[in-house]
Design a protein around this ligand. Structure first.
Ligand SMILES: Nc1ncnc2c1ncn2[C@@H]1O[C@H](COP(=O)(O)OP(=O)(O)OP(=O)(O)O)[C@@H](O)[C@H]1O
Length: 183
């Protein structure tokens, strides 16, 4: 059954086999399935560093902002008992573990260099800080991506501010109105 504040069947998600895949600012992150698609589910814990306000802010932002460097937001649940954010599952794990990995087969030096170069142009390096409080919130990431894109577009195109803005909204794909995520 769908709760008015859940845009997917949260109970069904929990009924399927889940396992813990990590822990972050919101709380524990679980692996799950939604219509046979693998997802990562971040459950908001009572002791969360990032509280309910940040939870709501992340939902509102990720429903509007889409970017190749932001993990795809699949859905959420906010029925007072279950508060969870659902994302596309990243099967290759997180960047920090790849960068720290000593096994040469995991990530080539060419790959590391490419990632480092791309990260230097954007906000990614701050996201791999080992301390949660030092990592940016999704809102801060969206602002930084916007600024990076502005600089990149300005550098490449040398256009006036108006055309930069229109290109940015295309690149970041920011909807002007909140829209529900299709089931
Ligand atoms: N979409 C995902 N796919 C696969 N694993 C994920 C996904 N999201 C999170 N994880 C795993 O869960 C861990 C914790 O993720 P989470 O996003 O809550 O923490 P974080 O990245 O440290 O962010 P925060 O700044 O909110 O603490 C990650 O390091 C990663 O191992």
């Amino acid at each position: 059954m769908y709760h008015p504040n859940c845009n997917f069947d949260f109970v069904e998600l929990q009924n399927k086999k889940t396992r813990t895949i990590g822990k972050g600012g919101f709380g524990t992150v679980y692996h799950g399935y939604l219509d046979d698609t693998q997802v990562a589910v971040k459950m908001l814990s009572q002791s969360s560093v990032q509280g309910y306000k940040q939870f709501k802010a992340e939902i509102e932002l990720l429903m509007r902002v889409h970017h190749k460097n932001l993990v795809t937001f699949v859905g959420y649940c906010d029925d007072c008992t279950n508060m969870g954010l659902v994302y596309e599952f990243m099967a290759n794990g997180n960047l920090q573990s790849h960068l720290l990995e000593t096994d040469a087969d995991t990530l080539s030096w060419e790959g590391r260099l490419r990632i480092a170069t791309e990260a230097a142009q954007e906000v990614a390096m701050t996201c791999v800080s080992p301390t949660s409080a030092k990592r940016p919130t999704m809102s801060q990431i969206a602002v930084e991506l916007n600024e990076s894109l502005a600089m990149e577009v300005a550098r490449k195109m040398g256009k006036d501010a108006k055309s930069r803005d229109s290109m940015l909204s295309m690149n970041l794909n920011v909807d002007t109105e909140l829209s529900p995520i299709p089931r």
